[in-house]
Design a protein around this ligand. Structure first.
Ligand SMILES: [Zn+2]
Length: 250
C-alpha cells in the first residue's frame, strides 16, 4: 500500500495562497479568521476520510487489530507530514514569488521614478480620483520608496507587502488539522480489540459534523453538507474495505 494521501494532499493550496496575498478581500466578509478556519475544516475532513479509508481497508484485509493500529498510526503521520510539507512549500513558494514581484517593482520605482509616479497617478484615477488629486497624491507618495512601493503593491499588484503569508504557521495548523481528523477512525482500535462498528459509528458522526461545519462558508444548508460528507466518506471506506477483502482473499 503506497502513500494514500499523496494524490490529494495539496488540493486546497491555490485557494489559500491567493487568500494570503489578498487579505483586503477577506475583510469584506467581515471575518479575517474565516480563511484559517476554512483551511482547518478541510484539513480535518482530509484526515478523517483518508484514514477512515485506510483503516477500513486494512480491517477488511486482515481484521487483526494490531495491524489496523499500525496502519492507522502510519497513515495519520504520513498524511499529516504530507499536508504540512505541501502547505509549507506551497506558501513559501507563493511568498517568494510575491517577494520577487515586489523587488522588481522596487527597482522600477528607483530607476524610473517619474514614469512610475505617472503610472500610480493613472491607477488612482481608475479608483475614481480626480486627475489633479491623483497626481498630487502620487507625487507625495513617491517622496520615499517605502510608501511608493506599498501603493504600487496595492493598486498595481494587489499585494500587501506586510502580509505575504506565514508558511510555518500554515504548515503547523495543516498538520494538526489532518491529525485530528485521522485520529477519529483510529481511536476505537486503541480502546477495544474489535473496533469495526465503533469506528464506523464514530467516523460517521465526525463526517456529519465536519460536513455541516464546512457549509458555514457556503450557501448550502448544514443538512446538505453533512449528508454529502457522510456519503463521500462511506463510499471511500466501503471501496477500500472491499479491496482489502479482495486482496486478502486472493
Ligand atoms: Zn508600478
Amino acid at each position: 500500500m503506497t502513500d494514500p494521501q499523496g494524490s490529494h494532499g495539496h488540493s486546497h493550496h491555490p485557494d489559500e495562497a491567493s487568500d494570503s496575498g489578498h487579505d483586503h478581500e477577506n475583510q469584506h466578509a467581515g471575518d479575517p479568521q474565516s480563511g484559517i478556519l476554512r483551511a482547518s475544516v478541510f484539513g480535518v475532513s482530509d484526515g478523517l476520510v483518508s484514514n477512515l479509508a485506510l483503516v477500513m481497508g486494512v480491517a477488511g484485509g486482515s481484521g487483526e487489530p494490531g495491524m489496523v493500529v499500525l496502519a492507522g498510526t502510519a497513515g495519520l503521520l504520513a498524511g499529516a507530514f504530507s499536508m504540512a510539507a505541501g502547505e509549507y512549500i506551497s506558501m513559501q513558494t507563493q511568498r517568494e514569488m510575491l517577494e520577487r514581484e515586489l523587488s522588481i517593482e522596487r527597482e522600477h520605482i528607483e530607476q524610473f521614478p517619474e514614469e512610475e509616479e505617472a503610472h500610480l497617478a493613472e491607477l488612482l484615477t481608475h479608483q475614481g480620483l480626480e486627475s489633479a488629486d491623483a497626481r498630487r497624491i502620487a507625487s507625495q507618495v513617491h517622496r520615499e520608496t517605502g510608501p511608493a512601493l506599498d501603493f504600487h503593491a496595492h493598486f498595481e499588484l494587489g499585494i500587501h507587502p506586510a502580509s505575504l503569508g506565514a508558511p510555518r504557521a500554515a504548515a503547523f495548523s495543516s498538520f494538526v488539522a489532518f491529525a485530528l481528523g485521522a485520529a477519529v477512525p483510529l481511536l476505537p482500535w486503541l480502546v477495544t480489540g474489535d473496533a469495526l462498528l465503533p469506528t464506523m459509528g464514530l467516523s460517521a458522526l465526525a463526517l456529519l459534523v465536519v460536513g455541516a461545519v464546512a457549509t458555514r462558508f457556503t450557501h448550502r444548508s448544514a443538512t446538505y453538507g453533512a449528508t454529502r460528507q457522510l456519503l463521500v466518506g462511506v463510499v471511500s471506506a466501503a471501496v477500500t474495505y472491499g479491496v482489502g477483502l479482495l486482496v486478502a482473499g486472493a
